[in-house]
Design a protein. Structure first.
Length: 250
């Protein structure tokens, strides 16, 4: 199967008051997650990262995804909502922005996860090392080859269409932690880890897949709690119930 993950990030201008170190945490931990068996055993060569790119670089990279069987685009950074365009505007770097609609262009199956409109908070939520330990545990207990195979099978069985998630609703800001990452991205990964811990199956006999839509719903509750009800993630998805995978156990 030909597939690709494109991570786009912009923590802001170094030294600026709104610089979000959590964005860098998200980039690193997203890559660790997806390369782990739990995240589908993606190869490093299947994951690309654009750090503070130009809008042209993003458009060119998105264009190359059109011929693939499946693509997953993640944005971590600053953004805002345009009531005129009725779309989220992603800030790529100083003087460079792009309409989220540009990420939807092209064929093939695609999911888009947007963690933006980010606001810095001073807090201690959870140590990043907890996520690292969970990934190490997944490496030991899961089969990378089997997870990758069932992950790709789930993509093949999923209905075609776009899935887009937003870290918050219109008129809201998205929380950020220097240790946890973005409230939404961190909660999404943590939902996958909690699902793995609670799922009681005999991996010698069965496998299990959890979709982006399912884990998004779980992450929403955590984000709402962390933000004191100020941040409410949203999702756009087909009406079909066969959604793209996010985590797998095999």
């Amino acid at each position: 199967m030909n597939k690709k993950i494109l991570i786009i990030s912009n923590p802001g201008e170094p030294g600026a008051s709104n610089y979000c170190e959590g964005v860098n945490v998200d980039v690193e931990q997203y890559q660790d997650f997806f390369k782990s068996p739990l995240g589908g055993g993606w190869y490093g060569s299947e994951i690309s990262h654009l750090s503070r790119p130009s809008s042209l670089q993003v458009k060119e990279s998105v264009s190359k995804l059109s011929s693939l069987d499946y693509s997953l685009i993640l944005f971590c950074g600053h953004g805002w909502y345009s009531s005129t365009d009725m779309a989220t505007i992603l800030e790529l770097r100083q003087g460079q922005q792009i309409n989220e609609m540009e990420l939807r262009k092209g064929g093939g199956k695609r999911a888009i996860l947007l963690d933006c409109c980010r606001e810095v908070h001073e807090e201690s939520i959870v140590e990043a090392s907890m996520e690292k330990r969970a990934m190490d545990s997944a490496e030991k207990s899961l089969s990378g080859a089997e997870c990758r195979r069932y992950y790709e099978n789930a993509i093949a069985k999923a209905s075609s269409g776009l899935i887009i998630t937003h870290a918050c609703n219109i008129h809201e800001t998205a929380g950020d932690s220097s240790s946890y990452g973005g409230y939404y991205s961190g909660s999404l990964r943590r939902s996958a880890i909690e699902w793995m811990r609670k799922k009681d199956i005999d991996l010698k006999e069965k496998y299990s897949v959890s979709s982006i839509a399912t884990l998004h719903d779980k992450a929403c509750r955590t984000v709402n709690t962390l933000s004191g009800g100020r941040q409410n993630p949203q999702i756009e998805k087909p009406r079909s119930d066969r959604y793209y995978p996010f985590a797998v156990l095999a």
